[in-house]
Write a protein that binds this ligand. Structure first.
Ligand code: PEP
Ligand code: MG
Length: 847
């Protein structure tokens, strides 16, 4: 025999009742707050989570006692109240208590049509949610005969009359809602939104406020900010003579509108009352709320209020406005914006309010959206850019030769590849929208067409839109939202800067990167890679001459031609960064990367160098390595071919002196890559000190500089104490350090990474998320030993991980001075660092 659930502690919500979010759910707590704010909330009873759990387990609720609260002939709604509104919950059931007797009474007071509509609504909800009958059988709209038909269908399908006892109706509704919460799908859905496995539900029984009656009656919602932009604006809906979303009779605009009648004009007093309630919510609940209300013959009831759903840009605007109005603190404002969501603000986005014609879906590989004409080659992209035409580079996949074409495009679309494919990585670095792995399209490079799954064919020059934020390819152009680097964004990030306790720099190689870094207010450049500077056509030849030089003197001649070019590169960076630190890494890649790889290239090189082809071929062969990433690169070049670093150091110092004469003084930072032994740093330091001394004398200038070492090999981390003797700063290159700690090629691991992650061998791709257990331990050891030997040494991370919030948390907890990441990740890093500073007081690891 089933027992009644113990409902002794169900609670009527009053200003002083013991209502707790953890026990009764957020909606119960929210309604209590509305009541405390003197809003006309219909009488509501809250069932705590333990009661709901007992009901789901099969105990019958003693609804007779709840019914007594509402008196005879009641009509109530039953609403779910989970602890967190994000976790969903079963839908509301309206008009519980409706039966033939109440129906008859309502015919007298509200007329046949209204009474029928209310009863029909309940039968529909009850039949589908409680009796679990097929919704298709109950979809009729209100109208003559609809109620009778629904009751007859119910009888036919259940072999039973529609239940007439309000207490039984309520018991069944409560039971079906309690059970729905326990269902597997509901469980999975809420867990996907972050709910814990043991999340529980509270339920509310609320007296119905009917949106029908003589005079102004209806139901609606009203909010006071725009969900997309976050700007103050009244939006929502109001339907006359209606309940919830159905049974619409007449729709009014909320505010005065030339297109038709409005609630504001129909009843200014009611309208004013609702606006006042919105203001009270904002001021006292400290949040922008959407108010759900009904009006019965001019009398307002507030039946619910929920946090306004919002885009990332609206979230920023709302949080900043609430803090500026003194409603919340700046710290609260910071914590209300999810750092990763800021990415959405840095790029153009497709306006969600506009129309979109979906062509295909792929992997959202780089955020932002752009419209342009299709081009199928890098050359066509450059030609389009020369004509000032926005173009989208569409390729099966991209290769390094396409980079110029990517620069010339406004977005990239590839048929193959994933998040770490060439196209994706380069596009993210450039801040270009990119969709990769778009198998829905097939590209025919020969006849320069692209075919969508629906058979439509697009030619070069046709216009499409790439939405890299959600991976959608759209036909033609669409309405766009501009990047929102507005006052709100800047203000929020300045507040973040005031609380964060770890520095954020940018990795920037080019003047464009440096300008982006400035725009996002990075605190300097943490890594300027110099090798790309040698790939320009005119420099490549000189570079090759340098590589082929037979004597140090010949090499010096070639390097003297490179010197002014490098000096100009560094001058540009120093000027843009206006006195902020700029950390320049000396030449890192294996030399053979600069040599041609095919016969045709060799022939051209032989011609350019005026040497026999056989000699060029032989020299290229001689430079080839079995394992170039572990071979003659980084500091090993600096030790064996020191003239390259000499030239770079000279270019850096001369540029610094000149930039200092033009503007703010510059203290350049010079960084040595791929060190594994202290002696390497010592040798390079000796030469660079000598170059600095020479430049001081020649230019009659005093300047200082800082020399640092990249910790990219496990040995460098282990011997950081000795290395620090020659280094003002140690910067962890976690890309190479991860590669070398795992013995895992960063260029090839993509092939099996997904299998490894799927099988749980690695929790995550360690090239994306810092492996705190292994690589992280090396970071701690390196930082500890470095600081132990040289207490003031600056410690940082400049690998890709530097922009990842979890890695920032790790570096911060370990007391690192700064992280450096790609410019477009700087805003996320600034806000994430502020979150960590607010949520966890800084502890230094034990060194
Ligand atoms: C690194 O190895 O982490 C690094 C920053 O250098 P690169 O990616 O240029 O090898
Ligand atoms: Mg490296």
């Amino acid at each position: 025999m089933l027992k009644h659930a113990d409902l002794a502690d169900f609670t009527e919500i009053t200003p002083t009742a013991q209502i707790e979010t953890g026990r009764h759910g957020w909606r119960a707590k929210c309604l209590q707050r509305l009541i405390r704010l003197d809003m006309p909330v219909p009488q509501t009873v809250a069932l705590p989570t333990e009661t709901v759990r007992a009901i789901a387990a099969g105990q019958l609720p003693d609804t007779q006692r709840i019914a007594e609260v509402f008196g005879p002939d009641f009509l109530v709604s039953v609403r779910s109240s989970p602890e967190n509104p994000e976790w969903g919950g079963p839908g509301t059931v309206l008009n519980v208590g409706m039966n033939d007797a109440v129906h008859a009474r309502l015919i007298g007071s509200h007329g046949q049509e209204a009474a029928d509509a209310l009863y029909l609504r309940f039968v529909q909800l009850y039949a589908t949610n409680v009796a679990r009958l097929d919704p298709d059988m109950f979809h009729e709209d209100p109208g003559p005969g609809a109620l009778k038909a629904a009751l007859a269908t119910y009888r036919a399908e259940t072999d039973d009359d529609f239940p007439q006892s309000p207490a039984r109706q309520m018991a069944e509704v409560l039971r079906s809602m309690a059970r729905a919460w326990e269902g597997t799908t509901a469980r999975l859905l809420r867990q996907a939104k972050g709910a814990p496995a043991e999340a529980v539900l509270g339920l509310l029984v609320q007296r119905m406020a009917l949106g029908i009656g003589p005079g102004l009656s209806g139901s609606g919602t009203m909010q006071f900010v725009d969900s997309v932009t976050g700007t103050p604006r009244i939006t929502g809906r109001f339907r006359g003579q209606s309940q919830g979303r159905k049974a619409s009779v007449e729709t009014l605009y909320l505010t005065k509108d030339p297109r038709g009648a409005s609630l504001e004009e129909a009843d200014p007093e009611v309208f004013g009352q609702l606006v006042d309630y919105g203001g009270r919510c904002r001021g006292k609940l400290r949040e922008e709320m959407q108010v759900e209300f009904t009006i019965e013959s001019g009398k307002v009831a507030v039946i619910d209020a929920v946090r306004v759903s919002r885009s990332a840009r609206a979230a920023v605007k709302i949080a900043v406005a609430l803090a500026q109005d003194g409603v919340i603190s700046r710290e609260d404002a910071l914590l209300r914006v999810e750092p990763r969501a800021l990415t959405e603000l840095l790029h153009y986005q497709v306006d969600p309010r506009g129309t979109r014609e979906l062509l295909a879906r792929g992997i959202a590989a780089s955020p932002g959206a752009a419209t342009g004409r299709i081009v199928f080659s890098a050359a066509a992209a450059q030609a389009a850019a020369a004509r000032d035409e926005a173009c989208i580079l569409v390729r099966r996949e991209t290769v390094p030769e396409d980079v110029r074409g990517m620069h010339a495009s406004v977005a990239v679309l590839t048929e193959r590849g994933g998040m770490t494919s060439h196209a994706a990585v380069i596009a993210r670095g450039l801040g270009l929208p990119c969709i990769a792995g778009c198998a829905d399209i097939s590209i025919n490079p020969r006849d320069r067409t692209m075919t969508a799954q629906d058979g439509r064919t697009f030619r070069e020059g046709d216009v499409i839109t790439v939405d890299g934020t959600n991976g959608e390819v759209l036909a033609g152009s669409t309405a766009m939202l501009e990047p929102a680097l507005d006052d709100g964004f800047r203000t929020l990030l300045h507040w973040a800067d005031n609380v964060r306790d770890i520095g954020i720099r940018a990795n920037a190689d080019t003047p464009d990167d440096a300008r982006t870094a400035r725009m996002f207010e990075a605190e300097g450049i943490g890594l300027a890679r110099t090798e790309h500077m040698f790939f320009d056509e005119d420099r490549l030849t000189v570079m090759r001459e340098m590589i082929f030089a037979d004597t140090p003197n010949d090499r010096r001649v070639a390097l003297e031609r490179l010197l002014p070019m490098q000096r100009a590169d560094f001058s540009a960076l120093f000027d843009i960064m206006a006195g902020q630190p700029v950390c320049i890494r000396l030449f890192d890649p294996p030399l053979h990367e600069f040599l041609p790889h095919d016969r045709e290239g060799m022939r051209e090189l032989a011609e350019a160098l005026d040497r026999p082809l056989s000699e060029v071929t032989r020299r290229c062969e001689a430079l080839r390595e079995f394992n170039p990433m572990l071979g003659m690169r980084g500091v090993r070049l600096g030790v064996t071919v020191p003239e390259i670093y000499d030239m770079q150091a000279r270019a850096i110092f001369e540029a610094a002196v000149e930039a200092g004469r033009r503007g703010a003084p510059v203290v350049p930072e010079v960084m040595i890559p791929l060190v594994s032994a202290a002696r390497e740093a010592e040798i390079v330091k000796t030469r660079i000190d000598a170059v600095a001394a020479a430049v001081r004398t020649e230019m009659k200038a005093q300047f200082s500089y800082r020399l640092g070492v990249m910790v990219e090999t496990p040995r460098a981390a282990l011997r950081a104490g000795e290395i620090a003797e020659f280094a003002d700063f140690l910067s962890f290159g976690t890309n190479d350090l991860t590669q070398m700690t795992y013995g895992l090629s960063r260029d090839d691991a993509g092939r099996f990474m997904s299998t490894y992650v799927k099988q749980g061998v690695y929790a995550e791709d360690p090239f994306h998320i810092l492996d705190v257990e292994g690589v992280g331990e090396l970071l701690l050891i390196g930082a500890g030993r470095g600081r132990g030997a040289r207490p003031g040494v600056t410690i940082s991370v400049c690998g890709e991980h530097g922009g990842n919030p979890e890695s920032i948390a790790f570096c911060r907890a370990a007391g690192f001075d700064y992280v450096s990441c790609s410019p477009f990740r700087v805003p996320v890093a600034r806000l994430a660092a502020a979150h960590f500073a607010l949520l966890a007081p800084r502890k230094r690891a034990g060194f």
